[in-house]
Write a protein that binds this ligand. Structure first.
Ligand SMILES: *Cc1c(COP(=O)(O)O)cnc(C)c1O
Length: 348
């Protein structure tokens, strides 16, 4: 059958998500899930929606969800678009703005999915290198000829973030939709939602998978100008979000106290983890996300394997031209203690 695929699909490697072991009692520090349970009120809202109403299609645009997100960000509901995870929104955006042969700017090293989305469109990924101190040169974004730009901020795998002011400066240089992927914004010092008011090309995407402990629900949303949202609605699947996720997501957004509580715990553990891996000799940028990026230790592939043997999963990440590294999710204090015991045994 392989000869039937479109040539550009045939050429693609496809995105490989982090391992999701379905058994075996792993300490799972590889895909940046939140170690704490979802908001109890979100779970209650989901349970309350299980029943006869599942007979009906969901609201195509999730009107009630949009109101909840708009309230949180102090924008209008028509500036919100929900997606089946923020990955769905990134897909919709790429399909809407990039066609065959078009250039798409993607800082590197960063989220690897962008490349797959660009390749699916038979478009061209143009890599923009981060400087050694994890900054980006605004001049690269000017006159680039690219049709679309992605910026993960905070970035993965580095965990670093550009300031809102710096992101605004990049967006200003760029003549096209400028996506700020804020999957990790819930753990960061600041975020870029306010840029949507000043920079009409900015699209901010958010996820429930990291800060809200709802990776299994599959929900995300974006914030953009109403005309951008209206255009993207034409591209999305009619019912891209299900009834349960829209209801649960709205309740999770409303439970701001719970988010603050779990966020506080993750940030405290992040600080402890950062200090401990640095003490082992790793180079670790200050993280604004729920993971730390460790390079400069013993061969990362070997450490990854040895940890896996001890039922601890971290993410081994390899970017051409960069040293291999380990991206370690901030787990519970107990999980991180076990990781550190294992790591000390392997590294020293
Ligand atoms: C996890 C992640 C996403 C995907 O989030 P979902 O809402 O689970 O689809 C998007 N961007 C980055 C940078 C991520 O790390």
């Amino acid at each position: 059958m392989s000869g039937y695929f479109l040539p550009h699909v045939e050429r693609m490697a496809g995105y490989v998500p982090g391992e999701q072991p379905q058994r075996g009692g792993f300490i799972k520090l590889n895909t940046n899930e939140n170690p704490y349970p979802p908001s109890p009120s979100a779970l209650e809202a989901i349970r309350g929606a299980v029943g006869d109403r599942l007979r009906l299609y969901p609201d195509p645009v999730g009107a009630a969800f949009r109101v909840a997100a708009a309230r949180l960000h102090d924008v209008e509901p028509d500036m919100i678009l929900a997606g089946n995870g923020s990955d769905d929104l990134l897909t919709i955006i790429t399909r809407a703005f990039a066609g065959p042969g078009d250039a798409v700017l993607c800082p590197t090293p960063s989220y690897i999915l962008y490349r797959t989305l660009v390749e699916l469109q038979d478009a061209r990924q143009v890599a923009v290198e981060y400087s050694p101190d994890w900054n980006l040169d605004p001049a690269v974004f000017a006159n680039s000829g690219a049709k679309l730009a992605f910026l993960a901020n905070p970035n993965s795998p580095s965990g670093t973030a550009l300031t809102t002011e710096d992101v605004g400066a990049l967006a200003e240089q760029f003549a096209g939709p400028f996506v700020v992927d804020e999957a990790y914004a819930d753990f960061a010092a600041e975020h870029c939602v306010r840029l949507v008011a000043t920079h009409p090309n900015v699209i901010v995407t958010r996820s429930f998978s990291k800060g809200y402990s709802l990776a299994g629900l599959r929900l995300g949303y974006l914030i953009a100008r109403p005309d951008v949202v209206a255009g993207l609605i034409k591209v999305k699947d009619s019912y891209n979000c299900d009834t349960l996720s829209l209801v649960g997501g709205a309740a999770a957004l409303d439970d701001t106290g719970y988010l603050a509580q779990t966020r506080g715990k993750v940030l405290a553990t992040r600080q402890r983890l950062t200090a401990a891996v640095r003490a082992l000799g790793y180079q670790v940028p200050d993280s604004q996300a729920n993971f730390v990026w460790c390079t400069g230790g013993p061969p990362a592939a070997e450490i990854y394997e040895r940890l896996k043997e001890q039922k601890i999963l971290v993410r081994l990440m390899r970017y051409p031209g960069y040293p291999d590294g380990l991206r370690i999710t901030v787990g519970t204090d107990d999980e991180i203690d076990q990781l550190l015991v294992a790591l000390r045994g392997l590294v020293s």
